[in-house]
Design a protein around this ligand. Structure first.
Ligand code: GLA
Length: 398
């Protein structure tokens, strides 16, 4: 579901809000880490978060760049007479948990909503934004995912029924409020907006202090959903850059029934999109082949490239798509993806280097075999269903 508003409305709304600068210490490359939702959902507890932190270290994922351990929805308990929100029984001591995560050299993230309730029906931050932000800072929180949910029905639709433009202004004001509250704490807290890509959030996200913003509804561990999300990223390239990123949602690598090819393609395309890499699998039961995907340093280097330029789909031919991403030092990443579920047309697919603006043979590294590969114009490529060829060319010939 994507609701778009004309740019004039967006700009009108923006002029009525003070611009909030982003966290000064925000990382310049997309955040990498782990989030509890995709695997644990409402079951997550303190022990799961500690175990995830332990596993990030013992699996080598931390060394590969995964530093955030993010608690998603369902940690929230009740507010006391002073309005202070207490975690529920699953999280007996949040400060101690944050200290534990920090002791591993990792960072910790948390979740809330601008509404009275979260998507899971737990307490949100409405009317308590500054108090909650101060509490996060006191706990040592490094990242906040702020999820619209309860704010839609309780505030936007009640205060501005049938007026989408006014609803949007309310929403932006709510995000700006928490952005300001986080900044006022003086603690660098990465600010992640989760409002499903509504109202062209990529145009105004930075102005409310956001470092990243969801561009779509929820991911699921299915090829169709993952491919739909990839397709929805077209045209958003210009909104990504150092310190601010489009967020096509968290990783499902290792979840559900995704095949190895699908896991590889999912991970590769998130890297091509300069997306946050937040693993969402059960790290305590991770198979070696899943670990190998999540820790592929060459693919991670594409994601974390310092230019932070998001890749784009250059052309498609039948069910084969060709994406490129410009990297620092003039390098180029090329992803050729067979998105078809059976045989693909045309058969065989022939790679056009000319359409990529390249001239003559291109020698690079196949990032999934580690081998040197030379791409030539119109070379036939056989790709299995949902698999891809991902090549980094350090010195493309044009
Ligand atoms: C929404 C978000 C998800 C997750 C859940 C938690 O659906 O989009 O990523 O945070 O809420 O309730």
């Amino acid at each position: 579901m994507r609701i778009t508003a004309p740019l004039s409305i967006v700009l009108l709304a923006l002029t009525s809000l003070p611009a909030i600068s982003q966290s000064p210490a925000a990382p310049q490359a997309p955040p990498m880490g782990w989030n509890s939702w995709n695997y644990f959902a409402g079951r997550v507890n303190d022990a799961d978060i500690r175990a995830a932190a332990d596993e990030l270290v013992s699996t080598g994922m931390k060394d590969a760049g995964y530093v955030y351990v993010n608690i998603d929805d369902t940690w929230e308990g009740e507010r006391d007479v002073h309005g202070e929100l207490h975690p529920n029984a699953k999280f007996p001591n949040m400060k101690a948990l944050a200290d534990y995560v920090h002791s591993k050299g990792l960072k910790i993230g948390i979740y809330s909503s601008p509404g009275p309730t979260t998507c899971g029906g737990y307490a949100g931050s409405l009317g308590h934004e500054d108090q909650d932000a101060r509490m996060y800072a006191a706990w040592g929180i490094d990242y906040l995912k702020y999820d619209l949910c309860g704010y839609i029905g309780e505030v936007m639709e009640k205060q501005a029924p049938d007026d989408k433009a006014a609803q949007m202004r309310l929403m932006m004001a709510a995000y700006a409020k928490m952005g300001q509250a986080l900044r006022s704490t003086g603690r660098p807290i990465t600010y992640s907006l989760c409002q499903y890509g509504w109202d062209a959030v990529w145009e105004w996200g930075p102005s409310v202090g956001a470092n990243l913003w969801r561009t779509t509804g929820d991911v699921t561990p299915t090829w169709d959903r993952i491919y739909a999300i990839v397709s929805q990223q077209e045209g958003l390239e210009k909104y990504a850059g150092p310190g601010h990123w489009n967020d096509p949602d968290m990783l499902e690598v290792g979840n559900g029934k995704l095949s190895l090819a699908e896991n590889r393609t999912h991970f590769s395309m998130w890297a091509m999109l300069a997306a946050p890499l937040l693993a969402g699998n059960d790290l305590t039961a991770m198979k070696p082949e899943i670990k190998a995907i999540l820790t592929n340093r060459d693919v991670i280097a594409i994601d974390q490239d310092r230019l932070a330029r998001q890749g784009a789909r250059i052309y498609s031919d039948g069910e084969v798509e060709v994406w490129t991403r410009h990297l620092s030092g003039g390098a180029l990443a090329i992803a050729v993806v067979n998105v078809g579920s059976d045989r693909y047309a045309p058969h065989p697919f022939q790679l056009s280097l000319t359409k990529l603006g390249l001239a003559g043979p291109q020698t690079g590294k196949n990032l999934w075999t580690g081998k040197t590969v030379t791409l030539t114009d119109n070379m036939p490529l056989e790709l299995a269903s949902h698999d891809l060829l991902l090549v980094r060319v350090d010195k493309p010939a044009r």
